[in-house]
Design a protein around this ligand. Structure first.
Ligand SMILES: Nc1ncnc2c1ncn2[C@@H]1O[C@H](COP(=O)(O)OP(=O)(O)OP(=O)(O)O)[C@@H](O)[C@H]1O
Length: 295
């Protein structure tokens, strides 16, 4: 069953087209990375899926329903982000105690264990937490809901490295014990690659790639060799990135194709890329890099 089904979804703000003809489906029980550069439209998309923002046109279905102001969707999904707020009249302990009333699959044991592990102060108010502690609490809350659709928007923003590592491990362990659909946007794809089954790459409000992790890694390769040879091997190909290594050598990233074997036989130095690198090059605005600014 499709947990999410988006067909030609558009969303604009006064001066920006945040999402343009977004079409994709997510089937159940997968961890999907929502990847994109700053301003790509990740937060806008997550807010639409969570029913917090209305899309302008196209069709959005979550559990077969338009999520906007839909009770079924809000009871079965959660968006964890840095905009989460809780009543100031409640302490963290009281927030966790009141959660089962809203989330039928709430896991009290998990919430308490994570809360104790991260040594949060049970008498503290949510609005008074430091940025990192707030992100940690939000993550504990989001994981413990065990919602069928759990979405995280840059969940590790503000967390220190040790907490980030613990968060990824907790997410994976809890997902294995309680499989569900998890959509996670992150600026640190290299950090979360090991968690992901699927990648949804968006750029300037459009879907550029939706594939499983191995397909993403296989999508492009890097090649290095004498300038003339690299130009020959990549002639007529979709070059995603290219840079001069030194006087004689050129480095190029291009979409994998049948010419690769010939290049290999001719002595090209072929390098596999990580999914994070493929996504970075596919959404790069310039073919070169930051070094070009300093030429
Ligand atoms: N409330 C708003 N009013 C006007 N424009 C907005 C609003 N929210 C987002 N935008 C614009 O929509 C586009 C997409 O923004 P969005 O926050 O969805 O991107 P993002 O991929 O989450 O970015 P980042 O990784 O930097 O958080 C941007 O151009 C942004 O300026």
């Amino acid at each position: 069953m499709n947990v999410i089904d988006c067909q030609k979804v558009n969303k604009g703000y006064r001066r920006t087209n945040a999402l343009e003809d977004i079409t994709f489906q997510l089937t159940d029980q997968k961890i999907t990375g929502l990847i994109g550069r700053n301003g790509a439209g990740k937060t806008t998309l997550l807010k639409i899926l969570a029913g917090l923002t209305k899309h302008k046109s196209g069709e959005v279905n979550v559990f077969g329903k338009n999520p906007y102001n839909n009770l079924l969707v809000s009871a079965n999904s959660i968006l964890v982000d840095d905009q989460m707020t809780f009543p100031d009249s409640l302490t963290l302990e009281e927030i966790l105690r009141s959660a089962p009333a809203f989330y039928k699959k709430w896991d009290t044991q998990l919430a308490v264990r994570l809360f104790q592990y991260f040594k949060l102060d049970s008498k503290q108010q949510h609005s008074k937490l430091s940025k990192g502690s707030r992100a940690t609490f939000n993550m504990i809350f989001g994981l413990s809901t065990h919602c069928e659709l759990t979405m995280f928007d840059e969940p590790t923003n503000g967390m220190d490295e040790a907490v980030r590592t613990d968060f990824y491990r907790a997410l994976l362990k809890d997902y294995i014990a309680h499989p569900r659909s998890i959509l996670i946007s992150s600026h640190h794809l290299s950090e979360i690659e090991h968690l992901l089954e699927d990648i949804l790459l968006i750029h300037k409000g459009k879907v550029v790639l939706h594939a499983d992790l191995d397909e993403v890694k296989e999508y492009a390769v890097a090649i290095q060799g004498p300038v003339a040879d690299v130009e020959k091997w990549t002639a007529g190909e979709e070059v995603l990135h290219s840079k001069r290594v030194d006087e004689q050598k050129q480095y190029a990233v291009f979409k994998k194709n049948s010419k690769l074997e010939r290049a290999r036989l001719e002595g090209a130095n072929i390098q596999m890329l990580t999914a994070s690198e493929v996504c970075m090059y596919m959404t790069s605005e310039s073919k070169g890099g930051i070094d070009d600014v300093f030429k």
